[in-house]
Design a protein around this ligand. Sequence first.
Ligand SMILES: [Cu+2]
Length: 160
Amino acid sequence: MSKTPFIVVAATALTLGTVAAFAAAGPAGHSHENFSAGEPGNPKKPARVVQITMREADGKMLFIPDRVEVRKGEQIKFVLRNNGELDHEFILATTGENLKHAEQMKKNPDMEHDDPNGKRIAPKKGDEIVWRFTKAGTFEFGCLIPGHREAGMIGTVVVK
Ligand SMILES: [Cu+2]
């Protein structure tokens, strides 16, 4: 009986601690709302088409091309094609964000992406991303399926 108040206080402190931890983890978690490489494009507006092919070759995995140059403010329609034998992804972000995201994918390799800045594409399939590069800088498109980025599935977008 005399212990009850202590337990209540301890439980309350624990609950608040947990809530605070969740709140802190929120923005750094698996968020697709804040895009580091610019913003989702408008499919009704003109866009320059950039074709990107994904495939495996000699133990490597690649994007072809793996470097794209863009003018700041330009809208690009990425026409993605997976010519490989495995699923691949195209996730457009910063290198830092992609590395963080890759860590999360190691815990959940079957995480599917169908976002404004990222798609998962089955073999012999295609998809599109319309993107407006509103920020200057160097950005990355990567395949974050565990092992793929490490095997070479990384590309660069330079926005000037
Ligand atoms: Cu891949």
